[in-house]
Ligand binder design. Structure first.
Ligand code: DP6
Length: 402
């Protein structure tokens, strides 16, 4: 009928954020369903600086499902992509099951085209799979009109992706059930809860070669007794403490615990056999710099955390940003891109007191930090209404990129 004709082509575009864990997820108890051995907690970063955009189109004219990532066609048969597609379609069928909406049902029988793009370089080594799968699931859900709990679906793309389904401060609850229905993301507090919190991403130079998270954490589960102790004893205590620090907006407590948890995660990597190294010499220099800076001020003003790579993510309150950025600039002077060294939210200039320089800045290493991205906590996935923002055209193919 007329309704079905109207729905011959349906399109939805969403954006989704990156998140950075302050209580780390490392290790699965079920590798198919992606169920973790411990709960984790993260901060969702603002999409003005870091986001993925995804357009999903369904049409009766399509002969196969297709996927484009950053403009290049990619394998839509990837098991994790398939698992997200299957789950969203299953929820859509469940939802439409009793209804008379033939158009919606026929939409479900159509093939889909999906295009996804990051507004930041993949080479920057920033966790793009979390934003990517959160965005895929959001766009597909919108396409099919699904409004259920979706973090459980995003989790099947990448564990950390379930936390990108919400803004602000987010817990991924480990869950108890073998089917994973209680292994979901829950918001601890929205981004508006702590407006002074700021985040600097220090993108370090050098090779990006590393052990992928999925493979690395499985080796850790099989070989590291420290990881077992961490999951059973340490994380349950820390999770409760971290939620308390966030509720109280206690930066010292939050920052110290974030640093300790990052360090313990990297300790479990060293405890893995054969060992895995994600931090490099520069990461360790940044860690030492942060501790010297805090020691000079006599309290925790900045706090680092590192995921499965050498880039540092540093938390602080807004009133510390200008001074700390200047400390980084003095310690790791830009090689060539002096004007593009600091990106994202504005950073003011700062004059460093001589005692601070003497105590904190030791022999500068030029070019070691590629650039600094200044951002803050932000909201969860967003629906994009503006049709000019769709990544796929009416023919279902990628539009020429600006
Ligand atoms: C170190 O979510 O990328 O960033 O579930 O296998 O896709 P898979 O792994 P992934 O692992 C993230 C690990 C981490 C810590 C964290 O984000 O909690």
């Amino acid at each position: 009928g007329a309704m079905a004709a109207e729905r011959a082509l349906a399109m939805a575009t969403c954006t989704a954020p990156v998140n950075i864990a302050v209580i780390k997820y490392w290790g699965k108890r079920d590798t198919d369903l992606i169920l973790p051995i411990n709960s984790s907690l993260s901060v969702t970063l603002h999409q003005d600086q870091l986001k993925t955009t995804t357009t999903a189109v369904a049409s009766r004219d399509f002969t196969e499902d297709r996927l484009w990532l950053n403009g290049a066609e990619a394998d839509v048969g990837h098991p994790r992509v398939q698992s997200c597609l299957r789950e969203v379609r299953r929820l859509a069928r469940k939802r439409r099951g009793g209804s008379e909406d033939a158009a919606a049902l026929s939409l479900l029988s159509y093939k889909v085209h999906v295009a996804s793009e990051n507004n930041f370089p993949t080479a920057a080594g920033l966790a793009s799979s979390a934003a990517g799968y959160a965005c895929l699931v959001s766009a597909l859900a919108r396409l099919y009109g699904v409004e259920d709990e979706l973090s459980e679906v995003a989790r099947r793309g990448s564990g950390s992706a379930c936390r990108s389904m919400l803004g602000g401060f987010v817990q991924w609850q480990r869950g108890e059930r073998p089917d994973g229905t209680d292994s979901v993301a829950l918001q601890v507090a929205p981004e508006t809860h702590w407006p002074e919190l700021r985040v600097l991403v220090l993108v370090v130079s050098g090779e990006k070669k590393q052990v992928a998270s999925t493979a690395g954490m499985q080796t850790s589960v099989e070989t590291s007794p420290l990881l077992k102790h961490r999951a059973e004893v340490v994380v349950p205590e820390r999770l409760a403490q971290m939620m308390h620090h966030i509720r109280e907006r206690d930066f010292e407590g939050f920052g110290q615990l974030a640093m300790r948890d990052s360090n313990q995660f990297h300790a479990t990597c060293l405890d893995t056999f054969p060992p895995i190294f994600y931090l490099n010499d520069l990461s360790r220099q940044i860690i030492a710099l942060v501790h010297r800076y805090n020691a000079h001020h006599g309290h925790t003003k900045v706090a680092y955390t590192f995921d499965a790579g050498p880039n540092a993510v540093i938390f602080m309150l807004a009133d510390t940003v200008d001074e700390f950025v200047e400390v980084v600039r003095r310690s790791f002077p830009p090689a060539t891109n002096g004007d593009r060294f600091v990106q994202g939210l504005p950073v003011g200039s700062a004059v460093l007191p001589q005692e601070l320089v003497a105590a904190v800045v030791t022999k500068p290493v030029p070019g070691a930090v590629q650039y600094i991205l200044h951002t803050k906590p932000g909201p969860g996935p967003q629906l994009v209404d503006d049709p000019s923002q769709h990544l796929l055209g009416a023919d279902g193919l990628p539009r020429r990129r600006a």
